[in-house]
Design a protein around this ligand. Sequence first.
Ligand code: TRP
Ligand code: SF4
Length: 329
Amino acid sequence: MAGRKRILSGMRPTGKLHLGHLVGALNKWVELQDEYQCFYMIADWHALMSEYENPKKMENYSYEAARDFIASGLDPNRCTIFIQSQVPQHLELAMIFSDITPLAWVERCPTYKEQLRELKGRELATYGFLGYPVLQAADIALYKANAVPVGIDQLPHIELTREIVRRFNTLYKNNIFPEPEPILTKASKLLGLDNRKMSKSYENFIALSDTPEIVTKKVSQMVTDPERIHVKDKGHPAVCTVFNYFTNFGEDAIREETKALCESAAMGCVQCKKNLAEILIRYLAPIREKRDKLTGSMIKEILREGRKEAADFASQTIDEVRSIVNLAR
Ligand code: TRP
Ligand code: SF4
């Protein structure tokens, strides 16, 4: 299997994985498993940057993330699944990258500015948090990844990674690190159930582990077209959260039919939501089934194996890096 290009991607374990993770990342990760050699990482150090005040659930979230990865179709025989903090070489490379990264590069990072705005009131103007994208660059470069499947919000981090590895290669006159290309998912952005941004702090998502009853209840409470007050009013699917889900989950024919029935007021929102709930329940059923079959010890064994595979690769890279920058070995 040598010669395949490599991928690294990661997800922060900050709570239950939900439909947004699936359409925004996981489905793509699954698709890429054979074409590339894939390293899929549970980014617990990145999670700790925002969760450090209350990290009690972190370990559990990491295991549950692994469970959801596998239930969604990642196959530990065809990719490497591991927990970031169990491969300490990430920090060695992050340290060296932080030496060569100008302060201005991280200070101007739009995600940094946005997080500061969004999580205001919490003490997140930390040293570690400023270095968020530097650690991410190390995650990627450690596996000499050629490509990184990510959501559109992560593009500035991939761009910064490219700049950092270019700087490393130029400074030390070598080409150890490829400049990684982003691979974007085609999915349209999934909205939260209340039409706001999907976020764990709003609790406005459908988790991969939600039961059919919970899915039905959550869908029935979804926000629809605010101008459609009576059944006889014609609807506007383009502004309706329910329809946003049809765009991501329904078959084309069903989506077109829903659009037509909504715009002509031939179908009410209650029926429309029933249809959506059915689609989502059917979609989640195989995931739930796989999820329930995975025991805690199976997950731990898979992560142990993944840690070994990741560390093997990582320690080779670090050996090369130490020699390039002339650190004693
Ligand atoms: N920052 C990413 C996110 O919040 C998670 C992440 C950490 C990541 N390290 C990575 C993604 C490396 C891609 C590659 O989604
Ligand atoms: Fe939205 Fe469906 Fe109601 Fe139309 S019928 S407004 S798409 S919920």
